[in-house]
Design a protein. Structure first.
Length: 266
């Protein structure tokens, strides 16, 4: 009996969604702590599962990309100093490509030029080459007119994570400034801060009811909530505007700040 790869595509797509969610959570944890061994292992396992399914179903492009991605994660797991700079941004690019590919799975087709280029970048990073700029930044959607112009400050020591959050806030019409460290409160509508900077933000005058803490570490989320702060894991990069944290939407809608000056990032 001959296996028909097409018959298993819906099952693969469903499993791939769960593996991509695991992968994204792991990458966000690595943004918080690049030496998080459990996060590295989880990301590796997700890539390994995706590679196996792609190989079985003759999805050659996905097999090429996930195989190269698995090699990079193994290199990072074994010796983080040997992976080239920019590997984490590249990893998020892989995640975006894999998710986009789930809607157009066709067994037997050769890898596309984009997939070959992505695999080549992954291989370069796995042997220690820097890969800054190899992944094009996603185009931010045009902000809808559902909310008034409100000001938001994103404070995150990971520029990649901060930019992702800033794009989500812009998708609901907020004017956003991104900083790599905590900044004094200056009347902005909302502050979104990474878990490791939350204490600094409070010391710099941020009101708890204007501050949202993001972290993939349950202990930091629990600690922030005990302090009376809104805290949660990082939203997915493809979260639609209506599904953003209710706290963000409520705060942004409550106090528009049309006169607040925009400040440039340092």
């Amino acid at each position: 009996m001959t296996l028909d790869p097409g018959a298993f595509l819906p099952l693969f797509a469903e499993e791939a969604e769960s593996q991509l969610l695991l992968l994204e959570r792991s990458l966000h944890r690595l943004e918080d702590d690049a030496s998080d061994g459990q996060a590295i292992r989880s990301a590796f396992q997700a890539a390994h599962s995706l590679k196996g399914g792609a190989a079985m179903l003759e999805l050659h492009g996905l097999r090429l990309v996930t195989g190269a991605f698995e090699d990079l994660l193994q290199r990072w797991r074994d010796d983080a100093s040997r992976a080239g700079q920019g590997w984490l941004a590249l990893s998020f690019g892989v995640r975006d490509h894999l998710r986009a590919s789930l809607g157009q799975l066709t067994p037997g087709l050769p890898a596309t030029m984009q997939e070959e280029a992505l695999a080549a970048a992954l291989k370069a990073a796995s042997v220690g080459q820097d890969v800054q700029g190899t992944v094009a930044a996603p185009v931010s959607p045009a902000p809808p007119a559902s909310l008034p112009a409100a000001s938001a400050v994103v404070m995150d020591d990971s520029r990649l994570a901060g930019e992702a959050v800033a794009d989500l806030l812009r998708s609901v019409g907020a004017r956003v400034v991104l900083h790599r460290q905590a900044r004094p409160y200056a009347g902005e509508t909302l502050g979104v801060v990474s878990g490791q900077l939350a204490g600094d933000a409070l010391r710099l005058g941020w009101p708890p009811d204007r501050l949202s803490v993001l972290s993939e570490r349950p202990d930091r989320v629990a600690e922030s909530r005990q302090a009376g702060l809104h805290a949660q894991g990082r939203p997915r990069r493809d979260t639609p505007p209506h599904a953003l944290p209710a706290f963000w939407l409520a705060v942004l809608a409550s106090v528009p700040s049309p006169t607040a000056p925009e400040r440039g990032s340092p």
